[in-house]
Write a protein that binds this ligand. Structure first.
Ligand SMILES: [Zn+2]
Length: 410
């Protein structure tokens, strides 16, 4: 729990709202806690906590289980936990090769999920939005609560304010008002927030995956493009409009190959899926099966496959050294393709990073594979949609329920 201090001149209503937020966020992030633990973590009085928890219980956001005596002196303390159905959001993940829609509860756990492989030639925004809407109807029909928010992860450069996709090179989108169109077609009368898939992957690994408890981390995730995100001081690095954290387009090689973004020698052109597969003599579109084949060939001693992995490992270290020098992270989390090839390229990456990064930040950073797998951006999208409720549960409790048509999966 983040300690809430009463500032001089602050109104008691402001303090109450901040404390409700601290309690619900603590339960959301860390799971069930006893009332005594909440008292200890916030520094508030037992009576104050009792009142605040009572409000959250009355709103159906948390519930209290009977007290369990745990061998400590004093009265046993009831256990407070989130009610999963207390606030349910829709999480949507729109990647180049797959589409996933899930309902996710206030505790951050998936209730119902659908995932399909996507045809790469389904590119028009209208077709994508219609596809998402039909999957969303199916998920809603099987979810026993109304939807109070929508979070969307998309493989592109996204303006956070309105969900405009400024650029999605792998979908061929430029300045598409994706968020607005999706909100119109879903017609749920709740906020629809769109963000970059890798930024949300970083958030998910920070809250639920390899980076739990780590407030400074870099997340790198190679799919068709190379995405990434950074958590700095516990907060996602978004920049002014939400375009920040596009580490796949870090310029690393002025003499390199053209990138899909229009530039030359971006990190993605040296460490992306296409680079690894081409160097190994495969089609750049061979996808995950191609990656697995390269790994098997390298294991069997095929020198072309070994060299391809070494190339990617060397360039991975170049970009990571830049990020380590700038951001001084505690952890580098490698997802998707980079997580899968890491065991085979570990030595090259570690040695390259040691050779290039400043010794002081290099000494404190560790590299680990991601733990959430393919669902990381989806879990991050749910967190994005839940964020307004965690920031101001009092505001959420005061709001009337959104008017929604009953879901039909037709
Ligand atoms: Zn680029």
């Amino acid at each position: 729990l983040r300690l809430v201090r009463v500032e001089v001149g602050q109104r008691s209503e402001t303090v109450r709202r901040a404390n409700l937020s601290a309690i619900i966020r603590g339960l959301h992030d860390a799971g069930p806690m006893s009332r005594s633990q909440i008292v200890a973590a916030t520094g508030l009085t037992r009576t104050a906590i009792g009142g605040l928890v009572g409000e959250l219980v009355a709103a159906g956001l948390v519930q209290e289980a009977p007290a369990v005596r745990q061998g400590t002196p004093g009265r046993p303390s009831p256990v407070v936990r989130i009610v999963r159905d207390g606030a349910v959001v829709l999480a949507i993940e729109m990647l180049v090769d797959s589409l996933s829609v899930a309902s996710v509860g206030l505790d951050g756990r998936v209730i119902v999920q659908e995932r399909v492989t996507r045809a790469r030639d389904e590119r028009s925004v209208e077709a994508v939005v219609a596809h998402i809407a039909s999957m969303a109807a199916e998920v809603r029909a099987r979810t026993p609560a109304p939807i109070v928010g929508v979070g969307v992860a998309v493989a592109g450069v996204v303006r956070r304010r309105d969900g405009l996709v400024a650029m999605a090179p792998n979908l061929g989108w430029v300045d598409e008002p994706f968020g607005e169109r999706l909100a119109a077609v879903l017609a749920l009368n709740v906020p629809v927030t769109v963000a970059n898939d890798a930024d949300l992957g970083a958030l998910a690994e920070h809250l639920r995956g390899a980076g739990v408890g780590v407030d400074d981390l870099i997340y790198v995730s190679g799919e068709v493009g190379v995405g990434g995100g950074a958590i700095v001081g516990g907060r996602p690095l978004d920049g002014l409009a939400g375009y920040g954290g596009e580490i796949g387009h870090l310029p690393v090689n002025p003499g390199g190959s053209p990138c899909r973004c229009g530039s030359i020698g971006c990190w993605e052109t040296e460490v992306g899926e296409g680079a690894l597969l081409s160097l190994a003599g495969l089609s750049p579109d061979a996808g995950r099966r191609g990656i697995d084949l390269v790994l098997r060939e390298a294991q069997a001693g095929n020198q072309v496959a070994v060299a391809a992995l070494e190339h990617v490992g060397r360039w991975l270290a170049v970009g990571l050294a830049a990020l380590v020098n700038i951001l001084n992270p505690q952890l580098i989390v490698l997802g998707s393709m980079h997580g899968r090839i890491y065991p085979a390229s570990r030595h090259t990456v570690e040695a390259g990073l040691s050779a290039r990064a400043l010794p002081a930040p290099r000494a404190v950073v560790r590299i680990v594979p991601a733990t959430l797998g393919a669902d990381a951006p989806l879990i991050g999208a749910a967190e994005l949609a839940l964020e307004p409720i965690l920031v101001d549960p009092a505001g959420f409790m005061a709001r009337p329920a959104p008017v929604q048509r009953l879901a039909s999966a037709s």
